[in-house]
Design a protein around this ligand. Structure first.
Ligand code: SF4
Length: 357
């Protein structure tokens, strides 16, 4: 059963530091509730029952997708890191949300697993201070793993938390954390970091066109861009499943006005053409020929037919039409995703601040 009023809420990524930070405060007899933030770019809410069991924590998922996409749309004031990761503003956003929850639910303070000096930018002392200031959590945010290097927070000063039992971990090494995990008897150590798609170049190539070619991109648009193969030709966007699970995920994301392309009579990838700008017949035909090229049986049928074509069904809002196309992996239009170097150039050209993480 969940406890009604925790003493503290902990920002919980699922990484080792966030587990240790929460457990360290629980060791002092305080009640801690963990918050696991979820967006189309990070968060694994499906692992919560497992984490709760293995680490003895209470964890709830907090969906901040809308606010996060708004941050991307409006551009992060502290800029993007090395890829498309707005770490400083991401942390501010999560802390603000955590603070709101803390106030609403009557808890006294917040916990995060940040370690001073661990990362080049977002965990430097001055950046940590900016995050604390901008998220308005100066008094409430306790970082138990590095607390001895930081000023005492209200929870320490009031005696609720015994500062002498907090740690002074500094830097990138993992030795201290591993020793602590062993002392706490943790049987499962999560693999280090990873898990944020915005920090991966391959994913930035998916997200940048969504952010820059759609006037008001939504959470659902970014969810769509996470799935299968992604093709862009100007403002025409085609998503194609690579397997049954992609196909099912794409099918769930179809919304009014989307065109669904599938080869008639033969298995083919589920392909979703989103109408950001109206699709003319020639563009749809071109996309259909690309879709057909991913249907091995369709390709064989086309080769065996007198005119070298196969029929592709195009369905928009329940209305079907058919086009006969020659399957082409390289069709007329330049379908593809931007190269990562071009994404970075575009980010720089926007003249916003960037940071080195
Ligand atoms: S890596 Fe991703 S989840 Fe982590 S702070 Fe940066 S943007 Fe946020």
């Amino acid at each position: 059963m969940k406890t009604p009023t925790p003493h503290a809420f902990a920002l919980f990524s699922g990484g080792l530091d966030s587990i240790l930070a929460a457990r360290l405060i629980m060791e002092q007899g305080l009640v801690v509730r963990c918050l696991h933030f979820v967006t189309p770019f990070f968060g694994k809410p499906q692992l919560i029952p497992h984490w709760e069991k293995v680490y003895g924590l209470e964890i709830e998922a907090v969906d901040v997708g809308e606010a996060f996409v708004r941050l991307l749309r409006e551009r992060p004031p502290h800029g993007f890191g090395k890829v498309m990761n707005p770490c400083v503003d991401c942390k501010i956003l999560m802390m603000r949300k955590a603070r709101e929850i803390m106030k609403e639910r009557g808890a006294s303070f917040l916990i995060s697993g940040e370690v001073l000096g661990q990362r080049p930018m977002s965990q430097r002392r001055d950046t940590l201070n900016v995050i604390r200031r901008d998220a308005e959590v100066r008094e409430e945010l306790l970082r138990p793993l590095s607390a001895q290097h930081l000023d005492p927070t209200t929870a320490e000063e009031s005696g609720l938390v015994d500062r002498s039992r907090l740690l002074g971990i500094f830097g990138r090494g993992r030795k201290d954390q591993m020793a602590l995990a062993e002392r706490m008897g943790l049987t499962e150590i999560p693999t280090p970091a990873g898990g944020c798609k915005l920090a991966e170049k391959e994913n930035a190539r998916r997200y940048w066109p969504v952010l820059t070619r759609i006037d008001e991109p939504t959470v659902e648009d970014f969810e769509l861009s996470n799935i299968g193969r992604q093709y862009w030709s100007g403002r025409h966007w085609l998503s194609m499943g690579r397997n049954e699970s992609d196909n099912a995920a794409l099918e769930r994301l179809v919304r009014p006005g989307d065109a669904v392309l599938r080869v008639r009579d033969f298995p083919s990838p589920f392909s979703l053409a989103r109408q950001i700008t109206p699709w003319d017949a020639a563009t749809l035909q071109d996309a259909a020929s690309l879709v057909a090229s991913y249907s091995p049986k369709g390709v064989r049928a086309a080769a065996a037919s007198p005119d070298g074509t196969v029929a592709v069904r195009i369905q928009i809002d329940g209305e079907s039409s058919f086009v006969n196309v020659v399957p082409r992996r390289v069709p007329e239009l330049p379908w593809g995703e931007p190269e990562f170097v071009d994404v970075r150039k575009a980010i720089k050209a926007e003249n916003q601040p960037t940071f080195d993480e």
